[in-house]
Design a protein around this ligand. Structure first.
Ligand code: COA
Length: 257
């Protein structure tokens, strides 16, 4: 495993099949500033080039308390149009391999939107998640208005966005905003267990599944069929299916060969 980051806003630990990236501005509750966005882009470039599962988490018991409000206050219309956070989060969502968000404590505003960009979200009993943006005179423009409703449905999403209400762990689990809750001390272990499961599956099939899942509705089913056609010819498919069938063909326990 290699580690980089030091005191940078993003600590990155790399191993063969996965990368753990930790949002790291604990004294600012990991608020997402331009330097963190730049580091996320750098990481995306690396993972586009050499795809691996990404586990995203936050330092010191917090995921991220939002975009950095000190920077946001100074941003003007042209900055909004550049979609600084929105484009970074879309790049994360579109990474070839799965992204798992391991969320402890606060995931607010842009922090929540970063979590919505993950494929899988895990929380802890301390989870507090939501989009208080309208209270700050802005809207949640980095994914909440399309990803949140895909995750929890239109009715729940619009209620949360219009009220700015945050949800706690139990509600987040109940509405499917996170798929499981684990104690803080077990959170990363649980994320790694999911990454382990993914690593046991065929990599090309995993990449195809994620890509096809994200395809616009009108591209189905042709996008599915083209991806399947490619996989049907892959040596790994023959190897895995043959291994299954030969295992099946073996005498059952207690039977003589
Ligand atoms: N942007 C910039 N700075 C932030 C921040 C953000 N989104 N969230 C927290 N901080 C900073 C605080 O200003 C404070 O800095 P200081 O020590 O220099 O004064 C530091 O982080 C600690 O925050 P504090 O509010 O004292 O911590 P807390 O544990 O009492 O409360 C929160 C935590 C998350 C409830 C609170 O910080 C908060 O409400 N943050 C903003 C949430 C928000 O509106 N996010 C949406 C942004 S679009």
């Amino acid at each position: 495993m290699t580690t980089s980051g030091g005191d940078s806003p993003l600590l990155v630990e790399r191993s063969d099949d996965r990368v753990v990236a930790t949002l790291n501005r604990p004294d600012k509750r990991n608020a997402i500033d331009q330097a963190m966005i730049d580091a996320l882009h750098e990481l995306c470039a690396e993972l586009e080039e050499a795809p691996r599962t990404l586990i995203l988490t936050g330092a010191a018991g917090v995921f991220a308390a939002g975009a950095d409000i000190a920077e946001l206050r100074e941003r003007r219309a042209p900055d909004a149009l550049r979609g600084i956070n929105a484009h970074a989060f879309t790049r994360i969502a579109q990474l070839p391999m799965p992204v798992i968000a391991a969320i402890d404590g606060y995931a607010l505003g842009g922090g929540a939107e970063l979590a919505y960009a993950a494929d899988i979200r895990l929380g802890t009993p301390a989870l507090t998640m939501g989009n208080p943006e309208t209270g700050l005179g802005i809207l949640a423009a980095a994914g909440a208005s399309w990803r949140l409703k895909a995750i929890i449905g239109d009715a729940r999403a619009i209620e949360l966005l219009l009220t700015g209400r945050t949800v706690k762990a139990d509600e987040a689990l109940q509405i499917g905003l996170v798929s499981a809750l684990h104690d803080s001390s077990d959170l990363l272990t649980a994320a790694h267990a999911i990454a382990d499961r993914i690593a046991r599956n065929d990599r090309a099939a995993t990449i195809a599944t994620k890509r096809v899942f994200q395809a616009p509705r009108e591209e189905h089913p042709s996008v599915d069929l083209e991806a399947q056609a490619e996989l049907f010819e892959s040596p790994e498919k023959f190897r895995r299916m043959t291994a299954f069938l030969e295992r099946r063909g073996r005498p059952k326990k207690g039977e003589r060969a």
